[in-house]
Design a protein around this ligand. Structure first.
Ligand SMILES: Cc1cc2nc3c(=O)[nH]c(=O)nc-3n(C[C@H](O)[C@H](O)[C@H](O)COP(=O)(O)O)c2cc1C
Length: 324
């Protein structure tokens, strides 16, 4: 049985987007954006803001379980943050050792160079969790080089950790297309039989998912940017559903903008930026959306945003009815 997760994506897979994508895609799990844990700790209010799913039994409205992803370098504070998430009803906690964001300094993927600190953070978080909620870790295949992966795995795949998701590029490789290497994962199953290895990186279609399953021997995949190119990708991969076409994808993008308004988030810049980011990835799967993006990236107001999307949807529907 295959499982497909929606990757954590800071500044992109935020609560409105998770609500819409999960509704369409049927993900087995989604993740919050990384939630920063500083030396001052994490306040419940901030956690509930970033993970509103906690007020719904830890799930998005369609029922998809949501894991709270935390990021930081202080084992005690990370442990407290995990315990707080658990006390507020989280169904799972994920530790971020994979994020190369320029806003992340001594945390995220920077810690891939420090296996001992990663080990301490994982152990502290694990010990802080009282119930058997799921604990997972997200890493890259190394900091400088993928030969570091077994050592990193040895530090994080401790007892009590159920899953390790691996973005199959090193920190140094950032998002370089040609650097992706799924082949690092297959040997891990035998070396670390107690954890489920989750494959991540450039899974954007049924074909790439099948290739990834074959090469990695993983049964669980994590999808980030591919979810915008094909918003029902998990159902395509798992259930053989037909992939959404560009018109359906555009309608999902409209739903995301509408979801911001429905959730009371009315800031023009955020809504316009999210719509542009959505389209910037969606266009990679569609020449038509590529053309639309060139015009859309100039929108400045929410009203303009909806008008352009609606006009594009109407034009698209007209063409389809003329063809029939
Ligand atoms: C805009 C953006 C934001 C991201 N934010 C996070 C994050 O908050 N936490 C994390 O662990 N990874 C983050 N990542 C990495 C993704 O979870 C994923 O590992 C990466 O995009 C590779 O998967 P993909 O090729 O399916 O997109 C982010 C990636 C992108 C593109």
């Amino acid at each position: 049985m295959f499982r497909v997760y929606l990757a954590p994506m800071e500044g992109l897979a935020d609560p409105p987007l998770r609500r819409v994508l999960c509704r369409h895609a049927g993900f087995d799990w989604c993740f919050t954006e990384f939630i920063r844990v500083t030396d001052e700790g994490l306040a419940a209010k901030a956690l509930l803001h970033d993970a509103p799913e906690l007020e719904n039994g830890g799930r998005t409205p369609d029922g998809t379980p949501c894991r709270v992803q935390i990021l930081g370098d202080n084992p005690q504070m990370m442990a407290k943050a995990a315990a707080l998430a658990e006390s507020l009803g989280a169904l799972g906690v994920d530790i971020n050792f994979g994020c190369p964001s320029r806003f992340v300094h001594h945390s995220g993927s920077m810690l891939l160079k420090e296996p001992e600190l990663m080990r301490d953070i994982v152990a502290a978080v694990r010990d802080a969790l009282k119930s058997d909620i799921l604990l997972s870790v997200k890493i890259r295949s190394g900091f400088f080089d993928k030969s570091e992966l077994p050592g990193i795995m040895e530090a994080v795949a401790q007892e009590g950790v159920s899953e390790v998701a691996v973005h199959c590029r090193t920190r140094r490789e950032l998002y370089k297309k040609e650097a992706l290497d799924w082949s690092v994962l297959a040997p891990l199953h035998e070396l670390f039989p107690a954890v489920t290895i989750v494959a991540n990186g450039d899974i954007v279609s049924k074909e790439s998912a099948d290739e990834c399953f074959k090469e990695t021997l993983c049964t669980t995949l994590m999808i980030g940017r591919g979810a915008f190119m094909c918003p029902n990708l998990p159902k395509v991969i798992r259930d053989g559903e037909r992939p959404y076409d560009s018109l359906e994808t555009l309608k999902v993008m409209r739903e995301v903008a509408q979801e911001f308004l429905d959730m009371g988030i009315e800031r023009e810049k955020i809504i316009c930026d999210r719509a542009k980011q959505f389209l910037s990835y969606a266009r990679l799967g569609s020449p038509r959306l590529r053309e639309f993006f060139k015009r859309f990236c100039r929108v400045k107001t929410v009203a303009e945003c909806f008008t352009m999307i609606d006009d594009e949807i109407k034009a698209h529907e007209r063409e389809i009815s003329e063809e029939e």
